[in-house]
Write a protein that binds this ligand. Structure first.
Ligand SMILES: CC(C)(COP(=O)(O)OP(=O)(O)OC[C@H]1O[C@@H](n2cnc3c(N)ncnc32)[C@H](O)[C@@H]1OP(=O)(O)O)[C@@H](O)C(=O)NCCC(=O)NCCS
Length: 186
């Protein structure tokens, strides 16, 4: 199957199970050895699908969820974004809450295309800046740096019995992310 064709579109209610599958599988493969097994092994598709159904249904906030759709109607990845959640970083008003690409789609431009479309949506909402939190040990940190993100803050979180560090990457001008992909929202 060719993996260079994918389309970024808004998620629908019906996408929730596929989003949950990408999310849970990606958590397990990305965070194994970083996040305790006890946390990863209790993740379930059904519970996660319910969380995503609620997110997609919520039309009262300016949060949004996008998916990367493929010619086979397979969800290759998803991104969720909206206003920065805490108000503690006034220089960064937009936020990407989650971005995950299915393992077998890594390296085909899906992540970059979703970053680009999320940045376009945030620009339309009036945000010129944004941040993303990632576990400092996550290889995705190098992806954010590659796309122009600058480390702007650190915090610790607890996962099971473990304390983990997160780094926030900030973009002072998210317009730089727009136009870095050939794929378009349909
Ligand atoms: C991080 C992630 C979103 C990147 O998505 P992707 O579709 O594989 O990345 P793309 O194919 O769009 O890559 C775009 C560019 O970034 C580079 N890149 C991708 N992943 C990279 C990484 N981990 N480190 C450095 N560069 C990276 C690619 O080489 C490519 O550069 P090029 O076009 O100049 O060759 C994806 O690997 C992923 O979902 N990882 C697991 C889940 C995760 O950690 N999500 C983030 C939670 S905070």
């Amino acid at each position: 199957m060719t993996r260079n064709r994918h389309y970024i579109r808004s998620a629908t209610f019906a996408d929730a199970p596929a989003i949950a599958r990408v999310h849970v599988d990606s958590w397990r493969s990305t965070y194994r050895g970083i996040v305790p097994d006890s946390v990863l092994d209790t993740l379930g598709y059904d519970a996660r699908a319910e969380v995503w159904r609620r997110e997609i249904e919520d039309t009262t906030s300016s949060k949004f969820v996008l998916v990367a759709d493929t010619p086979n109607n397979q969800i290759a990845g998803f991104v969720s974004a909206g206003p920065e959640r805490t108000g503690e970083y006034p220089d960064f008003t937009g936020e990407i809450y989650a971005i995950y690409v299915a393992d077998d789609w890594h390296g085909y431009g899906v992540g970059r295309a979703m970053m680009s479309q999320a940045a376009q949506n945030l620009l339309k909402q009036g945000h010129k800046t944004m941040l993303i939190w990632a576990l400092t040990e996550n290889p995705a940190c190098a992806f954010y740096r590659y796309l122009g993100g600058i480390p702007i803050a650190r915090q610790t979180i607890t996962a099971g019995h473990k304390t983990l560090e997160e780094t926030a990457f900030g973009w002072e001008n998210i317009a730089v992310l727009v136009g870095v992909s050939d794929n378009q929202e349909r």
